[in-house]
Design a protein around this ligand. Sequence first.
Ligand code: PRP
Length: 218
Amino acid sequence: MNEFLNVALPKGRLGERVYKMFAQAGFPCDELLDPKRKLIFENPEAGVRYFWVKPSDVPVYVERGAADVGVAGKDILLEYQPDIYELLDLNVGKCRMCVAAPNGFRDDPDRTLRVATEFPRIARTYYGARSRDIDIIRLHGSIEIAPILDLTDVIVDIVETGTTLRENDLSPIETIVPISARLISNKVSFQFKHESIQRLYDDLKAQVEAKAKEEAAK
Ligand code: PRP
């Protein structure tokens, strides 16, 4: 029986880039890149079915087994700590989790630090390790506005090019952790669909290594 490998991809630019790696690894389904609003696609010949999901939902689909494998940012994995296997660093979607503050900000260690973030667990772990007293305000986007309006003192957020910070008169003050996209697998699927997951893993790993070599030679 030709069993499908179910793949949850993060909707957006990163997902499209990762899809190309999956296609090259022998799991093509070009209909996926059609600019329509369909969210599920399958290619029976290649034995693959893809779904586009919100990036932060990928681990939910994979943990619950609705998807066998998926691609999620390390930020999402650190924040939600899903019970999945993290198989491979795909070395794409690279950015960093940072603390950022208004230009010229000086921390007063005697005061509780007010922190705006979409990543409360990451922020709590980071400041907890430094025994810093904080008050977390959880937001769901446009985090950069919080210190401008004096809702908080700092933000904990993803920085890629740094443009969003610069345009809002903020500067990164500490890097918490580097981030990149990871191949993840459902634990049961990893046993029962081992052959196709292994084939996918081996090819993606070869692609990542080839690209790293190419970059090192530049
Ligand atoms: C992320 C992040 C920053 C921005 C950083 O937001 O929250 O706002 O990217 O990128 P830059 O350093 O290249 O400017 P995203 O666009 O993912 O949307 P979000 O605000 O909904 O999280």
